[in-house]
Design a protein around this ligand. Structure first.
Ligand code: BDP
Length: 749
């Protein structure tokens, strides 16, 4: 450059290179600065930062400035270390000193009673006496094995706060509850809390493969480093357990439902056992997804027929082997005869016969089978949304007591909005587990801010009318509607090896809300969002208010810019990244978007009414009647159930075409507005957290516009109608959108 400069002369040089100089200069001037310290998200909602308000702090110090965890179990140790870390961090160094002094001064002095006592009547004399004298014996019994009481009581020595439970794990849950109150700056005066979980099995499903690829994972690799297990145990495994215990999750399925049989080999079972050892003190059991053909693949048998004696023996022995290394192993999750996975159908047997064989092997050890209802097959020649119901309803009453049928929330597949699956409420004798997807396969991966609390709440509160009004999905799955003896809720995890666990700080809230609702489905998603913001981002009331509002509106925005008015499955093929409503050439018709939207010159939507495929008949009255007619179908599900003319008049008075386009535009506009709202919070949120969300929002805005433009241009080729006045026509051409390819989009199956 120097040599040329001399040869050219200054003026000529500037003339020739001014554009390059300007570009380089401005590019480097506008470059974001590195952020050298900040919250990268690793600590999740368990940050325990010092409470800055001195008055508030001193109120807490009065009530819980000294504490004692009674009990000798590893779980008691875990509670002790959590509190010994959390309370001084929240309440200040003085508290740490005092606590340490107290411990030394009162060593062995059981008459010294601190202000906060944690334990069970059998681990703690203080708790036993307090429970008796405060007449709480019955109440404590009623909370069962995992519940707890948090009570302010008046004892001889003065006022005391008790976290009392029947088991150490109950005491652990109670301790996390108490910490949450402090973290969210809630009052702990005169506490009178009684809690027990609504569901027995509260479980994450990891779709993680042994090579660490996560099917539908958008936050890095699997957190399980199978190669280094069992010897190398990352701190992350402990933090995973702490986070789950703090929200009441008590189970984890470690591997993908499209299961690799290697997981059942002795080598891998040893790895599973080492994770089980880490999780056990936190009340978390491990479970495995199994491949139904394992007797052939691993055992060398000629068949995996569930009625074959040798096959049954193979499973009996395998289960025995598992329980020798993992005495509290939870059980199996099974995807069978679905999307190419083997199953009992391959041998002419039913799902019940397949599930029962495994259930019999697990029963002596109190293990369970979670048998998935996500089945559909071409051969059935039945519309896909109807197949799970058709297959499983006739099997009601045929499953063993330790089988739960795990049903996806909607009849198709984790779409931004679906009606609830009609199986909920259709099988009184079979406990049904809910399966939600926490990872956002169909809602923008990990760059779209979509808080899923409102989606979960919408499903759980839907009325099935199975036993008349008030028969909510929540009551079906918690077992109260039909008196089932076992219950559960599963969430397909969004967790990966990214520093912030979920690839996007705010999407941690989806893990959080899943856990909180599986503990107590009567909580509102708004309440849970607020709680999460306070614990993770800031307790500043403006931040809490603004971010909660953004989160609460976010899922509907995704619905609007991807699949409004009941449209579904319009994502591009395979990886499901971005729009692909034009895709029409896959192995099966019911994998293609055109099968689902059915747009043509006359209109759009899937006729599932009695004049169409009659999927509505799978719902109880009055829903089946309601969904049968467009006028009585909720507009947000209209095109799920009906094929309607482009000029069908909507409640707003607009034509269907105009309304559809308006929804697409609104979705994209709302995301841009959300981006503005976030930018206004700069300085009020930790810079690293702020910046991560800011960058993700930039992507989301672009992609929401992409969804809007591609979808509107595509549907316009059928409607032949103009973009409603007042809206700027899409930029870009349909052909260009159609040629976009993403061979390396993450998470593919
Ligand atoms: C689909 C996913 C696929 C899963 C399948 C399932 O695309 O990766 O294996 O669900 O739930 O939505 O089994």
């Amino acid at each position: 450059m120097n040599i040329r400069f001399r040869k050219l002369g200054a003026v000529a040089f500037l003339k020739r290179y001014s554009l390059i100089i300007a570009t380089v200069f401005f590019a480097s001037a506008s470059q974001a600065q590195p952020i050298l310290s900040g919250e990268d998200g690793y600590r999740l909602w368990l940050k325990y930062d010092l409470i800055s308000d001195a008055e508030l702090r001193s109120n807490y110090v009065k009530a819980i400035g000294s504490w004692r965890v009674d009990g000798n179990s590893i779980t008691s140790d875990r509670i002790r270390s959590e509190l010994d870390y959390a309370l001084p961090s929240l309440l200040g160094e003085k508290v740490r000193e005092q606590h340490l002094n107290n411990l030394t001064a009162n060593k062995g002095d059981s008459t010294h009673v601190p202000t906060l006592i944690i334990g069970t009547p059998s681990s703690s004399k203080t708790i036993a006496t307090a429970i008796r004298s405060a007449k709480l014996t019955r109440q404590l019994k009623a909370v069962g094995d995992e519940g707890y009481l948090i009570k302010t009581v008046q004892l001889k020595n003065g006022r005391q706060l008790l976290v009392a439970a029947n088991t150490d794990v109950g005491a652990l849950y109670g301790s996390f509850h108490l910490l949450r109150l402090v973290q969210t700056h809630s009052s702990i005066v005169d506490l009178d809390i009684q809690q027990q979980p609504a569901l027995d099995i509260r479980i994450l499903n990891h779709w993680d493969n042994p090579d660490r690829h996560v099917e539908r994972g958008y936050a890095g690799q699997s957190i399980w480093d199978w190669h280094k297990l069992p010897d190398y145990q990352y701190q992350r495994y402990y933090d995973y357990a702490r986070a789950n215990a703090s929200i009441g999750i008590n189970g984890t399925v470690l591997n993908n439902v499209n299961a690799n049989p290697i997981m059942l080999t002795p080598e891998y079972l040893a790895k599973v056992a080492s994770l089980a050892d880490i999780f056990r003190p936190y009340g978390i059991k491990v479970y495995l997804s199994i491949k139904f053909s394992s007797p052939q693949l691993l055992g060398g048998l000629e068949t995996s027929d569930p009625l074959n004696k040798n096959v049954q023996k193979w499973w009996d022995e395998k289960v025995k082997e598992i329980y020798t290394t993992i005495p509290d192993f939870g059980g199996f999750l099974v995807k069978a005869n679905s999307e190419g996975q083997p199953g009992p159908g391959d041998f002419g047997r039913t799902h019940a016969e397949g599930a029962n064989m495994l259930a019999d092997a697990l029963a002596p050890y109190k293990g369970v089978v979670m048998w998935r209802a996500f089945v559909y097959a071409n051969e059935k020649n039945e519309e896909r949304s109807k197949q799970a119901y058709s297959e499983f309803k006739p099997l009601d009453g045929k499953f063993r007591d330790n089988v739960l049928v795990q049903v996806k929330n909607g009849p198709i597949d984790f779409q931004p909005r679906e009606p609830f699956s009609p199986l909920f409420g259709a099988t009184p004798k079979t406990p049904l587990m809910m399966e939600f997807q926490i990872t956002q396969e169909y809602l923008g991966f990990s760059t779209h801010l979509a808080y899923l609390g409102p989606l979960y709440e919408e499903v759980l509160r839907s009325d099935t009318y199975a036993k008349g009004e008030g028969s909510s999905v929540a009551k079906v799955i918690d077992g109260s509607l039909f008196n089932n003896s076992i219950s559960g809720m599963a969430g397909v995890a969004n967790i990966g090896s990214d520093r912030n666990w979920t690839g996007h700080i705010i999407l941690q809230a989806n893990w959080y809300v899943f856990g909180r609702l599986s503990w107590d489905h009567s909580l509102s998603s708004q309440h849970i969002a607020e709680e999460w913001v306070r614990m993770t981002l800031s307790t500043d009331s403006l931040v809490v208010e603004k971010v909660t509002a953004m989160m609460m509106a976010s899922r509907e925005q995704v619905v609007n810019y991807m699949t409004p008015l009941g449209l579904h499955h319009l994502m591009d093929t395979g990886h499901h990244y971005g729009p692909g409503p034009w895709v029409d050439n896959l192995g099966r018709a019911d994998w293609t978007p055109v099968y689902y939207h059915r747009a043509d010159a006359n209109g759009i939507g899937f006729d599932r009414s009695p004049t169409g495929v009659d999927a509505v008949s799978q719902y109880h009255a009055p829903l089946k009647e309601r969904f049968s007619k467009p006028e009585t179908t909720p507009e947000n599900l209209l095109l799920w159930f009906h094929h309607l003319a482009w000029d069908y008049t909507m409640q707003s008075g607009h034509s269907l075409w105009d309304e559809l386009v308006r929804h697409y535009y609104k979705g994209a506009e709302d995301v841009a507005a959300m981006q503005e709202q976030w930018l206004n919070l700069e300085g009020k949120i930790d810079p690293l957290q702020f910046n991560q969300v800011k960058m993700a929002l930039e992507i989301q805005v672009k992609e929401a516009n992409w969804w809007r433009d591609a979808s509107v241009l595509y549907f316009q080729t059928f409607s032949k109608r103009p973009i409603p006045t007042g809206l700027t026509p899409p930029s870009g051409t349909l052909d260009e959108f159609k040629t976009r390819k993403f061979p390396y989009a993450p998470g593919s199956g």
